[in-house]
Design a protein around this ligand. Structure first.
Ligand SMILES: Cc1cc2nc3c(=O)[nH]c(=O)nc-3n(C[C@H](O)[C@H](O)[C@H](O)COP(=O)(O)OP(=O)(O)OC[C@H]3O[C@@H](n4cnc5c(N)ncnc54)[C@H](O)[C@@H]3O)c2cc1C
Length: 441
């Protein structure tokens, strides 16, 4: 062990160490079966599954938990992962706003009929929630600890150690006192979100050139919500010139999350402060303005940019990526947390199976990824349809009412299995026709 006292000098420790984290003194061992990085939904769910599988698991998060995070609207299909993690009852008891529908509002302010999930499938799994992410993520982080993972907040991944064959062998993490710990492990699960640590280190990140978006968002008290079962609806509203769109996510305690998304260059280049741009876009959003009359802004204005990318390789010997660390498409359909939880559970299962039979190759750890990426591909297609300015989902639904169930399925998150992309047989043709008509006129 060496403890340098001068500034700039690395202080490091080998061997187990007592560390003050999550409000108590906890023992960090020098070796684990599995180290999970990132205390978001992806990392915490993966850690829960691996620890439940009986393997020594370390979960670290660099921020103090609970920590703020964007992304409050869940998709109904999160039900199954949350059930597996054993937290559905806690969610129900927590008093978060129930979400039963999604609604779209055109650039002219015309409201679509809400897509009610229960009309499509009248089971409990069709209701979901709009959550305060700080509390939701803390609940998942604590769950990992409850089932036996060693969990440390304010502890940052500094490096992943690979051997000469490219196999991940361990990590270096820095605790809140600035002391580095060298930890051996058999598997690293990277759930570092948009930091995407391993993908950046190995040069695997691929930015989607068509989705270079940015978001500006804040919170309002007493915005006008939908009525009855539509009260908790996520509402997606286009601006007049369709250069941007807003999300309207009703949270608990009368607070609503309101965010504006557009091309990065359009929103953030040469237009002044984010507050000014937000107001200008709000003035262009006919559907939103009346909902905010009488509402008061209660949060600071926040910005996120260039968040859409994929990874060319998502698992390798001794490592696997989960959640945003593997890839993120776009916030429009609120799919991020669902994907993160689903990936956490699937990767967790693959790691447990791999540790049990001592097969920790990339194919074993990432065996679930091809099917997962195929499912995500349907949401990606729906995102691109949304951004095709010439195309109108409202018009498409009028022309093809027989696809109402297929579209609702996608909005619920049912993207795996045959038939998941059935709507695109007609939607692709509609988009093509709309583009040709726009060129001709
Ligand atoms: C503008 C916007 C709006 C969104 N809206 C929605 C929505 O309404 N619904 C939805 O489902 N999704 C939404 N998302 C997406 C959603 O926020 C993410 O997909 C989701 O949080 C991914 O979970 P995760 O666990 O992969 O990553 P995260 O939740 O980001 O967690 C990763 C964690 O890793 C930690 N970390 C990073 N680097 C290190 C390190 N070196 N050492 C230790 N810890 C580290 C971070 O601090 C973080 O806590 C939105 C995204 C954006 C950009």
């Amino acid at each position: 062990m060496s403890l340098g006292s001068e500034e700039g000098q690395t202080r490091s420790s080998r061997g187990a160490a007592w560390i003050f984290a999550c409000g108590e003194w906890l023992l960090m061992k020098s070796s684990y079966d599995c180290v999970v990085i990132g205390g978001g939904p992806a990392g915490s769910s993966a850690a829960t599954i691996v620890a439940e599988g009986g393997f020594e698991t370390l979960l670290i998060e660099r921020e103090p938990m609970p920590r703020f995070h964007v992304g409050e609207s869940l998709m109904p299909e999160t039900f199954w992962a949350l059930d597996r993690l054993g937290v559905n009852e806690r969610l129900r008891a927590n008093g978060w706003q129930v979400k039963k529908s999604v609604q779209f509002v055109t650039h002219k302010g015309t409201e679509s009929a809400p897509f009610f999930f229960r009309q499509h499938d009248d089971r409990d799994c069709s209701d979901t929630w709009q959550v305060e992410r700080s509390e939701f993520d803390k609940m998942l982080f604590d769950r990992a600890s409850e089932v036996g993972a060693d969990t440390f907040d304010q502890t940052r991944l500094i490096d992943v150690r690979f051997d000469e064959h490219g196999r991940a062998r361990g990590v270096v993490v820095r605790d809140k006192e600035g002391l580095d710990h060298d930890i051996d492990c058999r598997v690293v699960i990277d759930g570092t979100g948009q930091q995407s640590f391993i993908a950046n280190k190995l040069g695997l990140k691929e930015v989607d050139p068509h989705l270079k978006k940015a978001a500006i968002w804040t919170y309002f008290k007493d915005a006008v919500r939908g009525e009855g079962d539509n009260e908790g609806a996520t509402i997606i509203l286009n601006t007049e010139d369709k250069q941007a769109w807003f999300w309207f996510i009703p949270l608990s305690r009368g607070i609503t999350s309101i965010g504006c998304v557009g091309d990065h260059a359009y929103l953030l280049k040469g237009r002044g402060t984010p507050e000014k741009v937000f107001q200008e876009e709000l003035d262009r959003c006919l559907g939103l303005k009346p909902r905010l009359e009488g509402a008061t802004q209660v949060g600071e204005t926040r910005v996120a940019k260039e968040f859409s990318y994929m990874t060319s390789q998502s698992a390798g010997d001794g490592w696997v990526l989960v959640g945003d660390a593997l890839g993120f498409i776009d916030p429009v359909y609120s799919s991020g947390v669902y994907f993160a939880l689903e990936m956490g559970v699937r990767a967790g299962d693959a790691v447990v199976a791999g540790l049990s039979k001592n097969d920790l190759g990339g194919e074993q750890l990432g065996g679930w990824i091809p099917e997962f990426k195929e499912g995500v591909g349907w949401i990606r297609k729906l995102v691109h349809a949304f951004y095709s300015k010439e195309f109108s989902i409202g018009r498409f639904m009028k022309e093809h009412p027989e696809h109402h169930g297929n579209v609702t399925n996608l909005l619920i998150g049912r993207i795996f299995g045959s038939g998941a992309g059935a709507v695109f047989e007609d939607m692709d043709a509609s988009i093509k026709r709309a583009k040709m008509e726009s060129v001709e006129s």
